[in-house]
Design a protein around this ligand. Structure first.
Ligand code: SF4
Length: 369
């Protein structure tokens, strides 16, 4: 299958691995930013094939995992109200809030629906003019254009019973926050290819320069990741810190100008909290003044809320790359994908879920889980 099989070719993977082994002389810590990359690295055992000197640190690029508890609690409160149809992608339904999740709200009578696109929610709003339809708009720069387009359409068509619960976050400020952290061990980044396919690469040279850190835009298939690592190691070993695009089949330096224009019209930059990490200045989007009437937080007046994280979940440390998932005492015991205590165990892009799916048996055998 074009663009899948050809990027998983074992012979080419072996050649790339040989070059990485030949070129590595010292220990290096490389963060893959995106949860999709984490999933691929663990699924294919890429980290186990790398030289011992290379440590892959799993970054915070899982949109479900970093959605703050306060927003989840706001979603639960809105979804429980009579007259509301609350629409979300399926992976948000099991994310634990302070005391429940969207599945529990649904089983208690809330009208919670799984949709496959924000436009499905807009269609529901047209079909149900006497109900309030809310779409849970979370994620990185990758999912934001579709949500922006939906709000734009709602305004253009005069659909007033639609609103968006927005929790969009931006990758470059999070990379800066990671580098600023006193506990940071990251020496290089594999940047998230899908994010760059929308936003291009122009935000990265100032980061590479300021933190003297190589940034290689990388895809998601095994050969993409190995090529990203190979280029990163080459830079690290030669003392360079540049931005390279190792994913040119999807990423152009200028990004997607139409999507960026839509984003600029509908959203504006704001401070955002990241679950497990805390507030990062300028790291998110909210609806711009022109579209503020479609903001579900304002429409339903869910402002400040009291939140309570699980006392034993260490997903904040997992999301910052400070511990590996199996170093959490609850991993595979109290916390499993069927009974997740933290968002990193819910999402298929979460590091805890990836370790549980692909490493659990191995970790059990070695006494780590
Ligand atoms: S294993 Fe579960 S409890 Fe531990 S950090 Fe991951 S999500 Fe949280």
């Amino acid at each position: 299958m074009k663009y899948l099989d050809e990027f998983s070719n074992p012979e080419l993977a072996r050649r790339l691995l040989d070059r990485i082994h030949e070129g590595t002389t010292r220990p290096w810590a490389i963060m893959e930013v995106c949860g999709g990359q984490t999933h691929s690295i663990i699924r294919h055992g890429i980290d186990q094939l790398l030289p011992d000197e290379i440590e892959m640190i799993h970054g915070p690029g899982c949109p479900v995992c970093v959605t703050p508890l306060e927003i989840i609690d706001k979603a639960l409160e809105i979804a429980a109200r009579p007259g509301v149809i609350f629409c979300s992608f399926g992976d948000m339904l099991r994310v634990p809030g302070s005391s429940a999740d969207l599945f529990r709200i649904k089983s208690a009578g809330g009208d919670v629906r799984v949709v496959y696109s924000p436009l499905d929610a807009l269609k529901l709003a047209r079909e149900n003019p006497d109900r309030q339809v809310v779409f849970f708009g979370i994620g990185f720069e990758t999912t934001a254009p579709a949500n922006a387009m939906t709000v734009y359409q709602a305004k253009k068509l005069g659909i007033e019973n639609f609103s968006l619960l927005v929790s969009h976050v931006l990758v470059p400020p999070a990379m800066a926050a990671i580098m600023e952290s006193p506990t940071c061990r990251v020496q290089a980044f594999l940047a998230a290819g899908h994010v760059c396919s929308v936003m291009g690469t122009r935000e990265y040279p100032p980061l590479a320069e300021r933190y003297e850190v190589p940034i290689v835009v990388t895809g998601f298939e095994p050969l993409d990741i190995l090529e990203g690592i190979r280029r990163t190691v080459l830079q690290l070993e030669s003392g360079r810190h540049e931005v390279e695009n190792a994913y040119p089949r999807a990423v152009a330096a200028e990004g997607n100008p139409s999507a960026m224009a839509m984003l600029q019209d509908v959203f504006e930059v704001t401070d955002r909290s990241w679950r497990g990490i805390g507030e990062i200045p300028g790291s998110g989007w909210r609806l711009s003044a022109r579209y503020r009437e479609y903001d579900a937080e304002q429409r339903f007046e869910v402002t400040s809320m009291h939140t309570a994280e699980s006392a034993i979940c260490r997903s904040g440390e997992v999301l910052q790359g400070l511990i590996k998932p199996h170093e959490c005492a609850a991993f595979g015991r109290e916390c499993t994908p069927r009974n997740p205590l933290g968002a990193t165990m819910v999402s298929s892009e979460g590091a805890c879920a990836a370790y549980y799916l692909y490493r659990r048996l191995e970790l059990v055998e070695t006494g780590h889980a």
